[in-house]
Design a protein around this ligand. Structure first.
Ligand code: AMP
Ligand code: MG
Length: 492
């Protein structure tokens, strides 16, 4: 099979970190067909979209052969899944082709997901189904458009194979682009190899790549931990602000870079409720919306454990330093979340009663089971003089009026033009997010070869702030019947 070249691939991870991967080749697929290509991202990577659309380009994106300059590897990692430790997960169905320096000089992993079994596959078939790969494409690109750090989706290629999931379904390969695929689970794997120099090399590599300022600190490894903690606190705060539930926050799904990764049984919440869970396998609600900050901190503690020997020679001193960093997580999270809430409410500066202003709004949303995304747009509508949408969502009881009065008082103190404030709010509060019932609808259509609905939804959620006439249905929560019965399954 002739494949198109990916010019400029580098292999920094592979050069620096032997022991943390195996060299491996993708599996051939019978009839690759390009289903989605992210042209702006291709250009950002310095790749030519037209050449990716040729049969040779599609063959490359399908893993049908290895382009010149690629040296594919399956990365090793461990992970705590739902709290239980698995010593050997790794890329069971994915390969890193290499790294590209993008047009801004940033190093980006180019990775195939669904490219066949690897030595880490355990019982899996090494494949990926079309619908979940399109889901990852949609969610990643929506996240990016919302300004939340995330891995990106370059392409989805249908393989022409049907694979066994919940019945026979079309197979696909996703090309994923990431700052790196180094995870908390990569450190857990390295730490248990019994060679402390490997963790150090991994930490040095990760620091140089993602947290370079830590390298010049007095205590570089403590500073590295601090920087990862802050990056994750910012990420999870952003998820909370947009009503996103990741669904599988295992340590192998948490990056060191601070990008969100692996969008499987995830969802944007419709009606506000911190206990919302979508994943069918999350019986205990471990990864419920409201529990995500706690879980992030728990995962970061697993990272901290692997760094202890690097933080200090004296184990007690190392633990004390790591604990002090971990204990800062709630403050870092609050800092990012509160800044985001101020913007969502159109407030220019911090005020004394901020925490109570934010939490009493959330209490009102919870009491009315109001639509999370829609409520913030209804607030800007109210500033434009139309209070109908807000009262339709929150009712008109005394607590609603009290809250509105308190908010208006804060806005008045800022002294800005309400129309300008409303415009700014609409620039941070999305109108269109990939709501689960819409995502399911377009994926069902894609499974029978109809891609129009997928493209329409992708276009909307990658322009999430601008109202489009005729698209009102996309700003609505799921009908109650869907919300009661629906869970996203891990059939990936
Ligand atoms: P995920 O749920 O996608 O985060 O994957 C968790 C682990 O299971 C990773 O080690 C994956 O590589 C592996 N895995 C998931 N699905 C498959 C599959 N179909 N074949 C092989 N490995 C898989
Ligand atoms: Mg994963």
């Amino acid at each position: 099979m002739t494949v198109a070249a990916i010019p400029g691939l580098e292999h920094w991870f592979a050069q620096e970190l032997p022991g943390l991967f195996v060299e491996w080749q993708p599996a051939a697929v019978p009839a690759p067909e390009l289903v989605a290509l992210n042209e702006p991202l291709a250009i950002e990577l310095g790749l030519d979209p037209a050449s990716l659309r040729t049969p040779e380009g599609v063959a490359t994106l399908a893993g049908n052969g290895v382009p010149a300059g690629a040296a594919p590897i399956a990365m090793a990692y461990a992970g705590h899944q739902f709290g239980n430790y698995s010593p050997r997960l790794g890329d069971g169905r994915a390969l890193l082709l290499g790294e590209l320096l993008d047009t801004s000089g940033r190093r980006r992993d180019v990775h195939l997901k669904g490219s066949g079994r690897t030595p880490f596959a355990r019982g899996g078939d090494g494949k990926a189904a079309l619908a979940p790969m399109l889901r990852e494409f949609l969610i990643a690109e929506a996240m990016h458009a919302l300004g939340v750090r995330t891995t990106r989706a370059l392409a989805v290629v249908a393989t022409g194979e049907r694979i066994m999931r919940d019945g026979m379904v079309p197979g696909a390969v996703l090309t994923r682009v990431a700052a790196s695929h180094i995870r908390v689970g990569t450190f857990e794997y390295a730490a248990r190899l019994g060679d402390p120099t490997i963790v150090q090399r991994l930490a040095d590599h990760s620091m140089a790549r993602h947290h370079p300022q830590a390298a010049t600190a007095d205590q570089p490894y403590a500073a590295f931990l601090e920087s990862v903690i802050d990056a994750q606190a910012a990420l999870v705060a952003n998820w909370m602000l947009i009503g996103f539930i990741h669904g599988v926050m295992n340590t192998d799904n948490m990056t060191i870079s601070g990008e969100g990764i692996d969008y499987g049984p995830c969802a944007f919440m419709d009606r506000y409720d911190p206990q919302t869970v979508f994943s069918s396998i999350d019986h205990a609600g471990r990864y419920a919306y409201g529990n995500q900050p706690n879980i992030a901190q728990w995962n970061l503690a697993r990272l901290a454990e692997t760094l202890l020997p690097l933080i200090a020679d004296d184990p007690d001193a190392a633990v004390a330093t790591a604990m002090a960093q971990l204990e800062r997580f709630p403050d870092r999270f609050q800092h990012h979340w509160q800044a985001g809430m101020l913007a969502k409410l159109g407030l220019a500066s911090e005020g004394k009663g901020d925490a109570s202003l934010f939490h009493s709004l959330l209490d009102l949303l919870l009491a009315q089971r109001a639509d999370y995304t829609g409520s913030f747009r209804a607030l800007s509508q109210l500033l434009r003089g139309d209070d109908q949408p807000l009262h339709a969502m929150l009712g008109s009881d005394a607590p609603v009026d009290e809250w509105l009065a308190a908010w208006r008082l804060r806005l008045a103190a800022d002294g800005r033009d309400p129309l300008a404030v409303a415009g700014e709010m609409d620039g941070v509060n999305p109108l269109y997010v990939p709501r689960n019932h819409q995502v399911e609808r377009v994926l069902e259509a894609a499974n029978v070869g109809e891609l129009g609905p997928f493209r329409e939804l992708l276009d909307l959620v990658t322009h999430p702030f601008h109202e489009r006439p005729g698209m009102e249905a996309f700003a609505e929560p799921a009908p109650d019947a869907f919300a009661r019965t629906h869970q996203t399954f891990c059939g990936t």
